[in-house]
Every structure is written in C-alpha cells, then in structure tokens.
Design a protein around this ligand. Structure first.
Ligand code: ITT
Length: 195
C-alpha cells in the first residue's frame, strides 16, 4: 500500500459510485484514502459472493498491479432461498424494488440480510472481509436516500427502511460499514506497510 502524507492509498475497483461515496464516508476517520478506477470489475457467475469478490480482485490486480479493493454485495431473502444474492445487481436492473415486493406478496416471513464481501490485495496479501446486516423486506418501497434495495430493506431494530433512515445512519450499521471497518482495523495492524 502506498503511503502518502500518512494515508494509505487503495484503488476501489467498482462501477458503482454509491459504493465509493459510502466507503469514503465510512473510512473518513481511518488512515485510508480511496481512489476510483476505470478498470472493469470482472464478475464470474458463482453462488458465493466471496469467490466472486476474490476472483474480481485478482483479475483487477493482474491488470493494474496496484494495491486495491473490490466489493461484491447482495441482498439475501430467506423465504426466497437467498435470492437474489449474487444476482442482486442484475435483479435490481431487471425487476427493481417493485418486482421484489411483488415476489414477496403473501409471504409472511420477510427476513433478509445484506452481505458485502470485500477483498483487498496488497503485496503478498489477499484478504477478504465480510459484513452482514440483518433485517426484513418492507411491504412497499419507502424513502429516497441510498441506492439499490435501500427503499425495501428495514434493518433490525428499526421501523424505517434504509432509504428513510438515510446515509448517516446507514453508514454506521450497514454490511458495507461492517466489512470496511474490518478492513480498516486490519490495515491499521499492518505497520509498517509494505507495498
Ligand atoms: P460493482 O460490481 O461494479 O462494484 P454493482 O452495483 O454491480 O457494482 P454488485 O455486483 O456488488 O455491485 O451488486 C450488488 C447489488 O446489490 C447492487 O447493484 C445493489 O442493487 C445491491 N446492493 C448492494 N449494496 C447495497 C446497499 O448498500 N444498498 C442497497 N442495495 C445494495
């Protein structure tokens, strides 16, 4: 990891601007600086988001050869056997939140979780950190903040969706918050850092 003015620089390989914005806010108090990248994240088809994340990170590292991170994430709905899970991005594009709410019509078990699998490649290290937030699927989309499935996801302990709660709260409880915090703690233990 390159250290410039005391901060560690990591390239965040993603096409999703929301992920970058949230990650930067989460890492605000840590000694890590994120940089966007135009490298394409190559996503293999796999039921396991850890494997998707690791494979994409290795592919990207072979291309840019700089310390980097890749995050693969998804929404896992219990009554739908984990669907859309690794297919979350595709499902969000194709049927969106209204489509998920429709699929959940007449289903009383509304439990779901978001999971983020974050892989960091730096020097000899290939480390993956997982973050999960449990919750449930709302009866209809609500709220304007966040992105993706935020309007239909109610985190445990709250009665509002992530999109209603807003980014300030989301970034202290989300799957992304949990994965990135583990990354930051790990990075802070790696002193002195070797590129
Ligand atoms: P990259 O692969 O380029 O990083 P992506 O948006 O395609 O961007 P994923 O493949 O990881 O990312 O897909 C995850 C999808 O799951 C994402 O597009 C959203 O629809 C949804 N998702 C992930 N995290 C979310 C969050 O914090 N809030 C709401 N929806 C989320």
């Amino acid at each position: 990891m390159s250290k410039k003015e005391g901060r560690i620089k990591l390239v965040f390989v993603t096409s999703n601007e929301h992920k970058i914005k949230e990650a930067m806010e989460i890492l605000g108090k840590w000694n890590i600086q994120l940089e966007g990248s135009h490298v394409t994240k190559i996503e293999v088809q796999d039921d396991c988001i850890e494997r998707i994340s690791r494979y994409a990170a290795i592919q990207a590292y072979n291309e840019i050869k700089k310390p980097l991170i890749v995050e693969d994430s998804g929404l896992f709905i219990k009554a739908l056997n984990g669907f859309p899970g690794p297919y979350s991005s595709y499902v969000q594009r194709k049927i969106g939140n209204d489509g998920i709410v429709k699929l959940m019509e007449n289903i009383s078990d509304r439990r779901a979780y978001f999971k983020a699998s974050l892989t960091c490649i730096c020097g000899q290290y290939v480390k993956t950190f997982n973050g999960i937030v449990h919750g449930s699927i709302s009866e209809e989309p609500r709220g304007r903040e966040g992105f993706g499935f935020d309007p239909i996801f109610i985190p445990e302990g709250y009665d509002r969706t992530m999109a209603e709660l807003g980014e300030r709260i989301k970034n202290t409880i989300s799957h992304r918050y949990r994965a990135f915090t583990q990354l930051a703690e790990w990075v802070s233990r790696q002193k002195p850092l070797k590129p």
